[in-house]
Design a protein around this ligand. Structure first.
Ligand code: NI
Length: 252
């Protein structure tokens, strides 16, 4: 059965995971220092904004659909975030590292508002045309940019153009998420068409591909959200869609 999701996990994921312990202990030490010097501990002065807690949505019971937005963040992304916030919807953003570097504050906002930030390479190269080292660099630089911007590291990636092979899978070392509905929004740039496809085509467990760098795409999203909800769908991030699915390395 083709569900539009390619999944190939490798060892690199382990290598890039988990490295926050040092910061935490430094923060605790700073807190103790502040107490000794008579100031209130740092934590009680002003809490850093935190992402909302994860939601428990059972997509085995609910009919879930994920809206995904590629190639940003860009000039229309903040308006999209306003729309998603007003509707109480969480989405998944497959960001380009070079755009993250340009708009780190938007990526930070995505995380703080409960969206999932995922890796779409550094500069949108066809990864199948690069060496393994080239693929690793495209992925790793983007991981680092997102970490720097928002304090989290993506756990999912989507290869540009959906172009992937064994070498890319191994070098990227992360689950690869493709899509089940390609809206072709980048080609048509038509909000009416974007709404029609985005509302009409997804089935249960669908992953809808949009690009937040195009104005007509952002224009159509309020209608898409309304239409999908009317069809009975619960809108979730890709991570939420797969939270009860054991992703096996090498599975496609
Ligand atoms: Ni793309």
């Amino acid at each position: 059965m083709r569900i539009g999701v390619a999944l190939l996990a490798g060892a690199l994921l382990l290598a890039v995971a988990g490295c926050g312990g040092g910061d935490e202990s430094r923060a605790r030490a700073a807190g103790r220092e502040a107490v000794r010097s008579g100031e209130p501990p740092r934590e009680t002065r002003r809490a850093e904004p935190q992402p909302p807690p994860p939601r428990r949505i059972d997509c085995g019971l609910a009919d879930c659909v994920s809206l995904t937005f590629d190639d940003g963040p860009g000039e229309h992304t903040e308006r999209l975030l306003d729309i998603l916030k007003a509707a109480g919807v969480r989405a998944t953003f497959f960001v380009l590292g070079q755009m993250v570097e340009e708009h780190p504050e938007i990526v930070r906002r995505m995380v703080l508002e409960g969206h999932e930030v995922a890796n779409h390479s550094w500069s949108h190269k066809d990864l199948t045309g690069l060496s393994a080292a080239g693929v690793r660099s495209q992925i790793r630089r983007t991981q680092q940019a997102v970490k720097k911007a928002a304090g989290v590291e993506p756990t999912l990636m989507r290869p540009p153009y959906g172009a992937t092979d064994e070498k890319v899978a191994r070098a990227a070392g992360m689950p690869q998420i493709l899509w089940s509905v390609d809206t072709l929004d980048w080609r048509y740039r038509d909000a009416d068409r974007g709404a029609r496809v985005g509302i009409g085509e997804p089935g249960r467990g669908g992953i809808v591909l949009y690009h937040d760098i195009h104005k007509p795409t952002v224009d159509c999203i309020p209608r898409v959200i309304k239409g999908l909800k009317k069809r009975g769908f619960t809108l979730v991030t890709v991570g939420e869609l797969f939270q009860d699915v054991r992703l096996e390395p090498g599975e496609i």
